[in-house]
Design a protein around this ligand. Structure first.
Ligand code: NDP
Length: 472
C-alpha cells in the first residue's frame, strides 16, 4: 500500500510525530539520514508499525508515497532543511508538497516559499509546539504557506493536533512564513512566561526562605487558580522532584545557566524591526544571556557582595506574588499579540488574532486557561491592546498594585526582577498621556535639527537653541 504521507528525520520530534500520525489511522512512510535509525524506530513502534512503511533510500521513500505526495521534514532548522529540499526536488513531481515542520526562522520560510512558487512546487512551513510529548499525543500546529496546499493536508494535521474541548489546535495563519512567525512569537512569550515564574521562584526561595518542595506547593496551589497553565504545573513538578544521585531537591543541584536556541531572540529582533514594544520578552531574553555569564556574576558578587535578599516577615504575601504574576503575564501577552498584529500588517498577512490565542490553548508549552479569555477578548477587537479589553482591564486594575508592591520590594531588597519590572513600567507608560518624550524631541532637535510637533499648534517646529536665543 502506498502511504498518504511521508516524514524525513526520525529524531526526537520526527519519531514522535510519526507515531502520532500512524496512531490516528494514516499510513506513513519514514526515512532518516542515518538509515540504521529507521530500524530502531520501527522496533519501538509496537502495533503501530503496521501502518508505518520504513524506507532505506530517498528514492524508495518517494516511491512509497501516494501521489500527489506530501512530505514532512523534521530536521534541524537552517541548512539541513535547504539540503533536504534540494535532495528531494529532483525526485518529486509538480504537485508534490514539502512541509517543513521544524523551528525555521520565518524569513527562511518566506524565502523557501518564494523559491517554491518560482519553481512551481508546493511548500508549507508549519510551526509545531509542545515538545516531544506534544508531537506524540497532540501538538499545537501553526500553518503557513499557500492556503490550497494547507487544505490538502489539513485533515491529517488536524487529526494529529491537540484538541481544546474537541476543537483541533491546528490553524492556517497566512501565506509564506506566517506559521513559523506565529510559532516564533509563541516561543518569545514562552521565554517571558518562564522568566516571570523564575523571578517569583526567586522571591520564594531567597526572599522568603522556602525550600524547593515548599515552592512546589505554592506553584501547585497557583495552578488551581487564574494562573492555571502547563508552565506553572511543571514548575510545581520540577520543584518537588528529588535528585536520585544525591537525594537533594533536583532544582538545588541544577546549574543556573540557561540555554536557548534563538527563537526568543528572533522575537525581539522582529519586534525591533517593526517598532512593536515587547519589553517583558526582551527582559526574558536578556535574563537568559546574563544567566549564561556565570563567571561575570561570580566576579560581581566578589566585588560588590551579594545583595541581602531575605525579606522581613510579612513584607510580601503569597497573594501579592500571585497577583503580580497575573498582572505580569497579561502585560507579556498584550505585547506578544501587539507584535503579531503589527508584523502581520507589515508582511501582508491578515493574522487571525483570536484563532492564534485559540490554537495555543492546548498542546503547546504556553497553554493556559487565560488564553481562552484572550481569544474571547481578541474576538471582540483583534487590533486593540489586550489590556484595554474589559475582562483584562478589570484584571489589571485589580492586580497592578500587587505588581508594584512586589517590584518595589525586589528593588529594595536586591531581588532581581527584570521581567516583572518591565511589565510594570510598560503598564505605567501605557497609561501616561503626558510622557517624557518631549525631552527626547527637544534633545533631538537641539543636536540634529530634527524638529518637533507642538502641543498647541500644527506643523513642524524648532526650538530657540539653533539661534542661540535659549541662552539667558
Ligand atoms: P533531533 O536532533 O532529535 O533530530 C534531528 C533529525 O534530523 C535526525 O533524524 C537527524 O538525522 C536529522 N538530520 C540532522 N541533520 C540533517 C541533515 N543535514 N540532513 C538530513 N537529516 C538531518 O532534533 P529534534 O527532533 O529535537 O528537532 C527537529 C526540529 O524540530 C528542529 O527544527 C527543532 O528546532 C524542532 N522542534 C523541536 C522541539 C523539541 O522539543 N525538541 C519542539 C518543537 C520543534 P540523523 O539521525 O541522521 O542524525
Amino acid at each position: 500500500d502506498l502511504s498518504e504521507i511521508g516524514l524525513i528525520g526520525l529524531g526526537t520530534m520526527g519519531a514522535a510525530l510519526s507515531l502520532n500520525i500512524a496512531e490516528k489511522g494514516f499510513r506513513i512512510s519514514v526515512f532518516n539520514r542515518t538509515v540504521s535509525r529507521v530500524d530502531g524506530f520501527l522496533a519501538e513502534a509496537g502495533p503501530l508499525a503496521e501502518r508505518i512503511t520504513p524506507t532505506r533510500s530517498l528514492e524508495d521513500f518517494v516511491a512509497s508515497l501516494a501521489e500527489p505526495r506530501a512530505i514532512i521534514l523534521m530536521v534541524p532548522a537552517g541548512e539541513a532543511v535547504d539540503a533536504q529540499i534540494a535532495a528531494l526536488r529532483p525526485l518529486l513531481g509538480p504537485d508534490d508538497l514539502i512541509i517543513d515542520a521544524g523551528n525555521a526562522n520565518f524569513h527562511d520560510t518566506n524565502r523557501r516559499a518564494a523559491e517554491a512558487v518560482a519553481q512551481g512546487v508546493p511548500f508549507l512551513g508549519i510551526g509545531v509546539s509542545g515538545g516531544e510529548e506534544g508531537a506524540r499525543h497532540g501538538p499545537s500546529i501553526m500553518g503557513g504557506g499557500d492556503r490550497a496546499n494547507w487544505d490538502r493536508v489539513s485533515h491529517i494535521l488536524e487529526a494529529i493536533s491537540a484538541k481544546y474541548e474537541g476543537e483541533p489546535c491546528a490553524t492556517w495563519m497566512g501565506e509564506g512564513g506566517a506559521g513559523h512567525f506565529v510559532k516564533t512569537v509563541h516561543n518569545g512569550i514562552e521565554y517571558a512566561d518562564m522568566q516571570l515564574i523564575a523571578e517569583t521562584y526567586g522571591v520564594l526561595r531567597d526572599g522568603m526562605g522556602l525550600s524547593a518542595a515548599e515552592c512546589g506547593e505554592v506553584f501547585g496551589r497557583w495552578n488551581d487558580g487564574p494562573l492555571r497553565s502547563y508552565l506553572v504545573e511543571i514548575s510545581a513538578r520540577v520543584s518537588a522532584a528529588t535528585d536520585p544521585e544525591t537525594g537533594s531537591p533536583m532544582l538545588d543541584v541544577i546549574l543556573d545557566r540557561a540555554g536557548q536556541k534563538g527563537t526568543g531572540r528572533w522575537t525581539v529582533i522582529e519586534s525591533q524591526q517593526v517598532g512593536a514594544p515587547v519589553p517583558v520578552i526582551e527582559a526574558a531574553v536578556a535574563a537568559r544571556n546574563l544567566s549564561a555569564a556565570l563567571e561575570t556574576r561570580r566576579a560581581g558578587q566578589e566585588l560588590f557582595g551579594a545583595a541581602p535578599q531575605s525579606l522581613p516577615d510579612g513584607t510580601l504575601s503569597l497573594d501579592d506574588l500571585e497577583a503580580a504574576m497575573i498582572a505580569g503575564k497579561i502585560m507579556c501577552y498584550a505585547q506578544g499579540f501587539d507584535l503579531l498584529a503589527r508584523t502581520g500588517a507589515q508582511h501582508g498577512w491578515a493574522l487571525p488574532m483570536p484563532e492564534i490565542a485559540e490554537v495555543w490553548r492546548e498542546g503547546c508549552i504556553i497553554r493556559s486557561d487565560m488564553l481562552n479569555d484572550m481569544a474571547a477578548a481578541l474576538r471582540g477587537e483583534p487590533e486593540r491592546n489586550l489590556i484595554f479589553a474589559d475582562y483584562f482591564a478589570d484584571l489589571v486594575a485589580r492586580n497592578h498594585v500587587a505588581l508594584r508592591k512586589v517590584v518595589s520590594t525586589g528593588a529594595l531588597h536586591g531581588l532581581p526582577m527584570p521581567a516583572l519590572s518591565a511589565a510594570l513600567s510598560y503598564f505605567d507608560m501605557i497609561r501616561t498621556e503626558r510622557s517624557t518624550a518631549n525631552m527626547l524631541q527637544a534633545q533631538r532637535d537641539f543636536f540634529g535639527a530634527h524638529g518637533f510637533e507642538r502641543i498647541d499648534a500644527a506643523g513642524k517646529h524648532h526650538g530657540p537653541w539653533a539661534s542661540g536665543q535659549d541662552r539667558p
